[in-house]
Design a protein around this ligand. Structure first.
Ligand code: FCB
Length: 429
């Protein structure tokens, strides 16, 4: 049997998580929304306790260190750190300082996300993503986090998946604030862009003031929307959603302007220098047919590619698609790529071992093609609260018993640990 393929020198490998999905004990726009109407979550569950990671983080992170992980991505919960506007909670900041310290003690480079889908209630009540003062408020919060943690954190992500948040909360109406109109969607994209620019500027300013090293990005979700056939009408139906969902935000960051159809090309201070690297989340691509009934999605009917195997969530599984995404993003933007999420929903851990091996081989193929890829963060370490899917989707390497909170590594966790420890990716399962 061949030995496998070595990851590049200095490559960082580990897992990604998000506060609301794992911590428990959070009062934010999501917890209020679910409490008001439990039917918005598939299994009627909530994240009141989640997987109790807020209290168990030391043992949890030590476990990942033992598994050989060299990096870990987590998010800071804005609602904890700033429970009232302008009032920062030193205890909460100390908690996240403890998380960073625990990552480092376990041999893991921390990646810190500042906003992963949730907002403090006071901000949601003021209009959330589209309120005019939100970018400035986000910058103040980002600055406070950078002051508290910047000596020990190098990699920052301002916002997780702006296009997903705008689409789910403002176009499809499946997440708070449950709006469903193209105007609201475009407004949310604009707000998130201004937040990202302001947040990135704040982190850079704080770091420069102290002489600290800070690399800032966002977690961009790339989910190619490909025409299902070669017919002109399907190609046309895919083009605008694909531009808005996959290209608009990054093109705006690179140009430094609010591009059409959201704006008229106005310059945004701090935007053009806002990305030091590119955080890429990728799970799948989708197929698009023209459908006159699909008005909400601009006449695009979006389905999982029927020619591929699907995860238990129904998403297509396609390692070659992952390679293409990496190559395409590298060629377009020439920014070092850190894969900030990639994984598979898999109830019985049957698909995940092959998924991990195939996707890491695809990543190495992209490296062989000349892409500068420096990190891979698997989604995710522990089965957790998967937003409107509740606890029905299992993305974790480690199972969590919801009654006892006991953690049990799955076979894929052992496989991943072997790859992390040796830096070698088997060619096959
Ligand atoms: C991503 C989200 C993450 C998780 C995975 C499955 O879009 O960033 O929180 O829900 O999907």
């Amino acid at each position: 049997m061949s030995r496998g393929r070595a990851l590049p020198g200095g490559f960082l490998i580990g897992c990604a998580t998000a506060a609301h999905q794992v911590e428990g004990g959070i009062d934010n726009d999501w917890s209020r929304w679910v409490a008001a109407d439990p039917s918005v979550v598939k299994d009627g569950s909530d994240a009141t306790l989640a997987i109790d990671h807020f209290r168990r983080f030391r043992a949890d992170l030590a476990d990942l260190g033992v598994m050989g992980h060299s990096a870990h991505r987590f998010s800071i919960e804005w609602a904890r750190v700033e429970p009232q506007p302008g009032v920062f909670d030193p205890e909460a900041l100390r908690h996240y300082r403890g998380v960073v310290t625990a990552c480092r003690a376990a041999g893991m480079e921390p990646y810190v996300t500042l906003q992963h889908f949730t907002l403090p209630v006071w901000l949601a009540e003021r209009g959330g993503l589209t309120a005019p003062e939100t970018p400035w408020l986000f910058a103040r919060y980002a600055g406070a986090c950078a002051e508290a943690l910047g000596d020990a954190v190098r990699f920052w992500l301002t916002i997780n998946e702006p296009a997903v948040l705008a689409a789910m909360g403002h176009l499809l109406g499946n997440w708070p604030p449950r709006q469903a109109s193209p105007a609201s969607f475009l407004g949310a994209l604009r707000g998130l862009l201004l937040m990202h620019a302001a947040g990135s500027t704040a982190i850079h300013t704080v770091a420069a003031g102290h002489g600290w090293d800070a690399a800032v990005s966002l977690a961009h979700h790339e989910r190619p929307l490909l025409p299902a056939t070669g017919h002109l009408i399907d190609r046309a139906a895919a083009a605008l959603p694909n531009w808005l969902f996959n290209r608009w935000f990054l093109e705006a960051c690179v140009s430094g302007r609010v591009l059409p159809p959201v704006g008229a090309g106005e310059l945004v201070p701090g935007l053009s220098g806002s990305l030091d690297y590119l955080g890429v989340n990728n799970y799948a691509h989708d197929s698009v047919h023209f459908d006159p009934r699909a008005r909400r999605t601009l006449f695009a009917r979006i389905d999982a590619d029927p020619s591929l195997p699907h995860s238990s969530f129904g998403w297509a599984i396609d390692a070659q698609g992952f390679r293409k995404v990496l190559v395409d993003l590298w060629q377009r933007y020439r920014l070092p790529i850190h894969v900030s999420e990639n994984g598979v929903a898999d109830t019985d851990d049957e698909l995940r071992p092959r998924f991990i091996i195939d996707h890491l081989n695809a990543l190495l193929d992209a490296v062989d093609e000349g892409c500068d890829i420096r990190a891979y963060l698997h989604w995710t370490a522990w089965d957790n609260f998967e937003w409107d899917q509740g606890y029905t989707q299992h993305f974790g390497l480690i199972a969590v018993d919801r009654d006892t909170m006991q953690r049990t590594p799955k076979p894929s966790a052992e496989l991943y640990a072997r790859i992390c420890r040796t830096g070698v990716v088997p060619r096959d399962v």
